[in-house]
Design a binder for this molecule. Structure first.
Ligand code: X2X
Length: 343
């Protein structure tokens, strides 16, 4: 019998014939079937960044363990639009999953998620994940859920952010004075860089490379893994290791799309997303610790400023008092429980 497997399966007569022949559960037939749920995830980072590498592995594992029922296609590198666009698509249901920083566009809906980006709050990764896998993270996920979205437990790492510029190294707080710096969309970034006396502009990541190239802005700030994978070293000269804030991505879901999934598919999906997030954190920490040499060989000049002097400027400007008031006593206490007193 000469039969195209695909057309054989799509006709109901064919399906009945397969069922009758007892082959329904045969693995080759299951693989040939279209997924029952075909979802998308959007991210703002290049495909080679560990965020996307590990999400791809997680989605492969999900597809395998659900016997092909659940397929999540990865759209990296802002293919679906900039962060505010993807966030709007997620909320409207046009996009089922989206990874987004709590300080970025997510804070336009849930302002308090930006608290994790507070300048110089976390001193190391123990503090970061102590807070985000602990009470502060649970509290923020509660707020995200209340706002109508779904969020997976484990946050994905972006890293501690460093400042790059085309114009000068940032060695002291005075070097930030008037600096035309790109920041992601989000109130916190503007407050932070205004308190540091810079001139910040919100620009979505999909426009960062060209904004730097055409000198619409002199500088930007991101973790080294982003500077490397997005090739920002091609359009920047200096990198100053300020580690002025930590940043990470919540794995968000559209609630209607999520609730369409049977509980068993949801469990398998969450299990793998959270497990691969843990591996991704290790990748990013390793990259951010080792990339300086690589980036130097690509022409970036590094310096390590005295970070305490920047923190002092923030303190004196009233930045911490202002953020505490904005985020609220409860949230601030959860943050300080991990970081120690900030304001
Ligand atoms: O927009 C950025 O700079 C990025 C990629 O780090 C975020 O998603 C916050």
């Amino acid at each position: 019998m000469k039969l195209d497997r695909r057309s054989f399966l799509v006709t109901s007569a064919g399906t009945a014939a397969v069922a009758a022949s007892g082959l329904m559960g045969a693995p080759w037939i299951r693989r040939a079937q279209a997924a029952e749920f075909s979802y998308k995830v959007g991210t703002d980072l290049p495909a080679s960044h560990p965020l996307n590498v590990r999400i791809q592995q997680a989605t492969d594992a999900i597809k395998k363990e659900t016997d092909g029922r659940m397929e999540i296609r990865v759209f990296a590198n802002n293919q679906l639009g900039g962060d505010p666009d993807m966030f709007a698509q997620l909320r409207a249901g046009a996009l089922e999953f989206f990874t987004l920083s709590g300080a970025n566009a997510l804070s336009s809906l849930v302002p308090k998620t930006a608290i994790t980006g507070t300048g110089f709050a976390f001193k190391n990764y123990d503090q970061v994940f102590g807070a985000l896998d602990g009470e502060l993270g649970a509290h923020l996920r509660g707020l995200i859920t209340k706002a109508g979205l779904v969020v997976q437990d484990k946050v994905w790492d972006n890293g501690f952010r460093q400042i790059t510029t085309s114009s000068k190294a940032i060695a002291t707080p005075a070097d930030l004075q008037g600096l035309k710096i790109r920041v992601p969309p989000g109130r916190l970034w503007i407050s932070l860089f205004r308190a540091l006396n810079s001139a910040p502009t919100s620009i979505s990541f999909n426009e960062v490379y060209s904004s730097l190239q055409t000198k619409v802005v002199e500088g930007q700030e991101n973790a080294l893994a982003v500077v490397d994978t997005a090739k920002l070293y091609e359009v920047q000269k200096y990198c100053s290791m300020t580690s002025h804030m930590w940043d990470g991505f919540w794995f968000l879901g559209n609630r209607t799309a999520w609730e369409k999934l049977p509980a068993s598919v949801r469990d398998i999906t969450s299990k793998h997303l959270n497990a691969y997030a843990m591996l991704q954190r290790q990748d990013v920490a390793q990259l951010n610790a080792s990339l300086q040499k690589t980036l130097e060989s690509k022409g970036l000049q590094f310096n390590a400023p005295d970070v305490a002097s920047f923190r002092d400027v923030l303190q004196k400007s009233g930045f911490y008092a202002e953020q505490k008031k904005f985020f609220g006593d409860e949230e601030w206490a959860l943050l300080e429980k991990v970081t120690g007193k900030l304001a």
